[in-house]
Design a protein around this ligand. Structure first.
Ligand code: URA
Length: 421
């Protein structure tokens, strides 16, 4: 019997896959020797039967070893499980780098309603994230921050993820955990913070699910030699006011310049930078972060990073937004409780900030700007959001209007950080 058939037989009966079988199946699938229909059967068996910790670790190792591996033991990195308006990489990473923690980060593009850091950065004219290993390495040394598109790393995860996406097997804890950690292990940063998002705009809808994933990510990372920690942050409401590529870069620049920023963004960006500095052992991390913001050092580092990756730093002042705009009016009166992240994320995607199908180009100037914050009083007919972009505007307006949650009494905003481990 072939290894893939043996693996399917074992897993469909709820047995434990031995390590050698996991390695053989992962390398066979990556090499194109195992057909999609057999791999899909195994993934569905794993989805239904689950995997024990030893199997999950073996799968993570096999995927990490399936391509090139970088090594940046002195660097920090962070990984978000994906959210709406999630600009933590654009804010916390230059901040940590300006405090002496070099950052080597490989990022992805947007997936569904969740935005991707590469798409956001590419809204800066000229900026490219297609860096060779040599250039990536040099930039980490010279600037302290480099962000590149994951190319040859963990090719097994890329192939398996695409198959999971098409076979209803994405939302499995061991498959998500091994997918994320294999890419991080292949990137090779020695210190890693996971930002596990929780709420309607995230993979993990409840704090219990988010905690379970966070524990798995930290444990797998530790067993692969990475010093890791995790935070669970709210994604029931979009982070900050801006959702969309250029809109989010603009909001991030305001924060880095020390301008007034939405409280949730300020809280999460600062806390992530502080945790990264703690992992790296930088003394007095809170003071270092405060100084890097007030002195302009974090903003200057971001500008150096943009120039190093070919971006037009002069264009940062006025990144172009779509000229097609439309205001969304409040359907009622009361106090803003939140905007449901899922509805706002879907609207931004429809407007052009994300992809409706694989490979579709994004409109860098499209998205949603929220004009009111939790706790604000609004009257019926008052503008509560501004849409940018010319695609599906009516449906997007309906989604944003339907996402507004009002209450008759002022309600405290949800805490931005739900847990840390
Ligand atoms: N992000 C990943 O990289 N992999 C998953 O499986 C889910 C989210």
């Amino acid at each position: 019997m072939s290894d893939i058939l043996e693996a399917i037989e074992i897993k469909k009966r709820g047995g434990e896959l031995p390590e050698h079988l996991i390695h053989s199946v992962v390398s066979g699938y990556t090499a194109g020797e195992i057909p999609d229909y057999q791999m899909s059967a195994l993934l569905m068996a794993i989805f239904i039967r689950g995997m024990g910790y030893a199997e999950t670790l073996a799968l993570t190792r096999a995927m990490a070893d399936s391509g090139k591996r970088y090594s940046f033991p002195g660097c920090v990195d962070k990984h978000s499980t994906g959210g709406v308006g999630d600009k933590v990489s654009l804010t916390a990473l230059p901040l940590a780098a300006a405090c002496g923690a070099p950052v080597a980060k490989l990022s992805g593009r947007g997936l569904g309603i969740t935005g991707g850091t590469i798409d956001k950065l590419e809204s800066i004219p000229g900026l490219s994230c297609a860096l060779t290993e040599e250039r990536f390495r040099r930039q980490v040394e010279e600037v302290g921050l480099a962000i590149a598109e994951a190319g040859e790393l963990a090719p097994a995860d890329k192939a398996i993820y695409a198959l999971r996406d098409a076979t209803g097997t994405v939302d499995s804890l061991p498959l998500i955990g091994s997918s994320i950690v294999s890419k991080k292990a292949a990137t090779g940063a020695g210190h890693l913070l996971y930002d596990v998002k929780c709420g309607s705009g995230a993979f993990m809808r409840t704090p219990e699910e988010a905690r379970e994933l966070a524990r798995l990510l930290v444990r797998l990372s530790g067993d692969l030699g990475i010093r890791a920690a995790a935070m669970i942050t709210d994604m029931s409401h979009p982070l900050g006011r801006a959702v969309g590529n250029a809109l989010e870069v603009r909001e991030s620049l305001g924060f880095l310049r020390g301008e007034e920023a939405p409280e949730d963004l300020e809280t999460v960006a600062r806390a992530v930078a502080v945790r990264l500095l703690e992992l790296k052992g930088v003394p007095e991390p809170e003071r270092a972060v405060g100084r890097a913001l007030s002195s302009g050092a974090a903003y200057e580092l971001f500008v150096r990073f943009v120039r190093a990756q070919g971006g037009d730093a002069e264009a940062l002042e006025e990144l172009p937004l779509s000229p097609k705009t439309r205001e969304v009016l409040s359907p009622g009166e009361g106090y803003v409780r939140s905007f449901d992240a899922l509805g706002v994320g879907r609207a931004a995607l429809l407007l052009g900030a994300g992809r409706r199908k694989k490979g579709e180009p994004v409109d860098p100037g499209a998205g949603v700007e929220l004009l009111v914050r939790p706790g604000d009083r609004v009257e019926r007919g008052q503008p509560v959001a501004r849409l940018y972009g010319g695609r599906d505007v009516e449906r997007a307006a309906g989604l944003v209007s339907g996402a507004l949650r009002l209450s008759p009494e002022p309600a405290p905003p949800p805490p931005a950080i739900l847990d840390s481990l």
